[in-house]
Structure formats: structure tokens, C-alpha cells
Ligand binder design. Structure first.
Ligand SMILES: *Cc1c(COP(=O)(O)O)cnc(C)c1O
Length: 444
């Protein structure tokens, strides 16, 4: 075994990994990347079929993003956002607000706010007007949870302290995010640490909970259009819009967790745009920097922001922040990624690839071990089985695919296909071909 592999085995602890299995085999150690391809230290080439766990958008080592990070690095890598601001963080906030759901569909904040709540001398252009930075998807969700609860305290409705989320939800691995989560395998052990969350399975369940407890609910959290870690499960069409309607009816707030779906994955910039739903909180992370740096953002409305305004003595301050909040390198990468969306017409060029993926997926349906194939834009899940989880069917298929030069990670029995949006048609065909072969060979 090469020395690096040996050191990995001796000193590292990998996420979501049974380390005994890990240490029983030689690790793949990635050394470089280009576009949708990665190379390991042995020079073997792989296609990055899950976009490096759902993060990469325009490809690895994109010249535009690399240059932006380098240019920022020559100025300053990081300075505190507590009591200071910085150039790329300001510019990025302006851009995010301009493209957020609600802005592009022309929803005016004025339509959502009573006149008394409109800030004076300032004309909002969209519904989500404020950006709070943090470091990753979990913290983006934590921020939304704390802001929502705190908002109702400021509004004189402290009884609104319950949260509602969906069964199968995944919102991250910190304790607040795990509380919202609804995947027993990941979450049950930590139950003694969690706050109580009502989990519902569908719109009817949500309606029932809100009718019973509506005036005690601080916010409802949802992964719009598709639940990722649950196994790429598609919501019925209209569920998101219905969730928004029910939140409005019961005067509660909507948290849209677009950590996975944001930045083009579902075919539009944000999944919420698929049903023209402006949320009260929009959580962004994974693809925000194009998949280059850990940076997250929680966008919210002027209405929520306003409730935190007061004199210093009122103690209405939002007491939350991280050392790396507003990190310049991350913000520079994110700005460059958004520029690439325009320069390369990424969303426009994605549409035929979504069609190609659909065609390729049809060929999976013909395979005997395949139970169901699900697609939402450029996200796909191929479910094999039924196999008991102990059979490690998904894991074994992905191991075989890796030998054949395709990297992805299953969620249970679901093989995930969501390459960087820049993947070429030829690469996409190869990914699907290899995965079909792996399914056939392993689960024959
Ligand atoms: C990955 C993910 C998170 C957590 O993001 P991290 O950056 O891993 O903390 C939260 N919500 C969704 C929907 C995710 O897919």
C-alpha cells in the first residue's frame, strides 16, 4: 500500500463511513480534477457521477472560478464579518437576492408585506432581500431555524415554537438540522439531544397538523421538489405550492432547503421556481460556490429582518455567527460560479442533457434488478431491489462502477446520478452505461 493510503488508514475518520470496511481496502486518493473528471494518485481516471456529493456545478478546475479564487487570494483570504464587511460578500448578496425565487418571477415584496412593515425610503425588488452567510448546508438550516423561532419572539408570539418537517427529510448533521431530519437510520440514535419536530408525510398530513397546531408553528421545512438523502424521492407535483398555501393560511413561515437542489440541479436555478413558490427562508450551500469552497447562505425576507431591528438595549440582535462567516475566497468562488452560469448559458445548455438523461434512464428500467427510476431535472436515482440493507446492494454496485471508472455514492439501494452540469453528452452516456453494467454484473 502506498504511504499516503497507510497514513489515511492510521489517522483519518471519514464521514458516513464504517471505518472497519474502509480500512480493509485501499482508498482512492484523489489528486486532481478537470471538468467532470477526477484522477487519483495512481493516475486512474474517473467520471464524477455525483458531482462530488452533489456540490460541483461547472466542473473541476474551471479556469474562471480558479482565477477568481486566485485573484481574491492576492487581496485577502479571510477577514471577520463580525463588525466588518467585505467586497465579494456584498457583491454576492446583491446577486443572490436578484436571482432568488420570487425575484425572477416578479413577486414584489410589497405584495407580501403590509404597508406598515415596508421599510421607509427603500424599494425591495424581490421577496428574499437579506443574506446571512454561514459555512455549510447544516449551518444554513440552523440559521433558518433560529431566525424563525426568534422572529416569533420579536413578534410577540413566543408560543410559535414548533417546527414541522417531512418524513424522510434530510437537512444536515448538526443537532438542529438533525431534529428536522426524518431518516431514522441517521437520526434515531441522537433523539435524546433533539428538539421535538412534527413530521408529516404529505400535504394532507401537513394540513391536519396546521389545523390543530397552526398558531404554535414557527416554520415548516421542506426540500423542494425532491428529497435527496431519502433516496431521491420526488414530491407529487403541486406539493410545494400547497405547502406554501398552507403556511400562508396558518400565518407560518416556510423554510426551503435548497442545499441540494439549488443552482440548476432541477433544471431551473432553484427548485422553488419549478412551482413559483417564494419561501420565507432559502437555505443554500453545496453548489453555491460551484462546489469549490465551503460557504452557505440563508436568504430571508425584509419582514423577518425588520423584526430584529431595535435599539441596542432591546436585545433584538440575532445572536449567531461563525468565525468564517462571509469568507472572501468562498464568496469570490460563488460570484465566479454565477458569472459562469451567464457566460456559458449553463441552464440553457443543460436542457438537452436532461432529455438525454431521461432517455438513458429508460434503459435502466429494462434491467431486472431495477425497481424504480426517478428523475427531477438533472438529478436521478435508480432504485434496485428490493434487497435488505444488509445486502449492501447499492454499495456493491458503486464499488464495481468505481473499478469501471465512475464515481458515485448510493443512498441505501438507490444509485445516484447527478454529475456536474457541465458534463458532456458523451460523458453522461458513459456514466449511465457503466452504471447499467455494474448493476447487471453485481445484482445478476
Ligand atoms: C447536503 C444537504 C444538507 C447538509 O449540507 P452540509 O453542507 O453537508 O452540511 C442539508 N440539506 C440538504 C437538502 C442536503 O442535501
Amino acid at each position: 500500500m502506498e504511504p499516503l493510503a497507510d497514513k489515511d488508514h492510521r489517522h483519518l475518520w471519514h464521514p458516513f463511513t464504517q471505518m472497519r470496511d474502509w480500512m480493509a481496502e485501499e482508498p482512492v486518493i484523489i489528486e486532481r480534477g478537470q471538468g467532470a473528471r477526477l484522477w487519483d494518485t495512481k493516475g486512474r481516471e474517473y467520471l464524477d457521477a455525483n458531482a462530488s456529493i452533489w456540490t460541483n456545478i461547472h466542473g473541476h478546475s474551471h479556469p474562471r472560478i480558479n482565477a477568481a479564487i486566485r485573484a481574491q487570494l492576492e487581496k485577502v483570504a479571510h477577514s471577520s464579518f463580525l463588525g466588518l464587511s467585505n467586497v465579494p460578500a456584498i457583491e454576492l448578496a446583491e446577486k443572490l437576492v436578484a436571482i432568488a425565487p420570487g425575484a425572477s418571477v416578479g413577486v414584489q415584496a410589497s405584495a407580501c408585506l403590509p404597508a406598515s412593515e415596508q421599510p421607509k425610503g427603500w424599494t425591495p425588488t424581490g421577496r428574499l432581500t437579506r443574506v446571512f452567510y454561514s459555512d455549510d448546508g447544516s449551518t444554513a438550516v440552523e440559521v433558518a431555524i433560529k431566525m424563525a423561532l426568534h422572529y416569533w419572539v420579536h413578534r410577540g408570539q413566543p408560543e410559535r415554537r414548533r417546527f414541522v418537517a417531512f418524513t424522510g427529510a434530510y437537512h444536515g448533521d448538526t443537532i438542529g438540522a438533525v431534529s428536522l431530519g426524518g431518516i431514522d437510520l441517521f437520526h434515531a440514535t441522537y433523539k435524546p439531544l433533539l428538539f421535538e419536530v412534527k413530521h408529516v408525510v404529505d400535504a394532507a398530513g401537513l394540513k391536519a397538523v396546521l389545523e390543530k397546531h397552526g398558531n404554535e408553528v414557527a416554520a415548516v421545512a421542506i426540500e423542494p421538489l425532491i428529497q435527496g438523502a431519502a433516496g431521491m424521492k420526488l414530491w407529487p407535483r403541486g406539493l410545494l405550492a400547497e405547502t406554501r398555501r398552507l403556511c400562508d393560511e396558518h400565518g407560518t413561515l416556510l423554510i426551503a432547503d435548497e442545499v441540494m437542489t439549488g443552482f440548476g440541479r432541477t433544471g431551473t436555478m432553484f427548485a422553488c421556481q419549478g412551482e413559483s413558490v417564494p419561501p420565507d427562508f432559502l437555505c443554500l450551500a453545496k453548489g453555491l460556490t460551484g462546489g469549490y469552497m465551503p460557504l452557505a447562505a440563508t436568504l430571508t425576507t425584509e419582514r423577518v429582518f425588520d423584526a430584529f431591528l431595535g435599539s441596542y438595549e432591546d436585545q433584538k440582535t440575532f445572536f449567531h455567527g461563525h468565525s468564517y462567516t462571509g469568507n472572501q475566497l468562498g464568496c469570490a468562488a460563488a460570484l465566479a460560479s454565477l458569472a459562469v452560469f451567464e457566460e456559458e448559458r449553463t441552464l440553457e445548455r443543460l436542457q438537452p442533457k436532461i432529455g438525454l438523461l431521461r432517455d438513458e434512464l429508460k434503459q435502466f428500467c429494462a434491467l431486472k434488478p431495477v425497481m424504480e427510476v426517478r428523475q427531477c431535472g438533472f438529478i436521478a436515482g435508480v432504485e434496485v431491489g428490493p434487497y435488505p440493507w444488509q445486502a449492501k446492494a447499492g454499495i456493491r454496485v458503486c464499488q464495481r462502477a468505481r473499478e469501471l471508472g465512475v464515481l458515485t455514492r448510493p443512498v441505501g439501494n438507490v444509485i445516484v446520478i447527478m454529475p456536474p452540469l457541465c458534463v458532456t453528452e458523451e460523458e453522461l452516456r458513459k456514466i449511465c452505461e457503466v452504471l447499467r453494467r455494474a448493476v447487471e454484473e453485481v445484482l445478476r
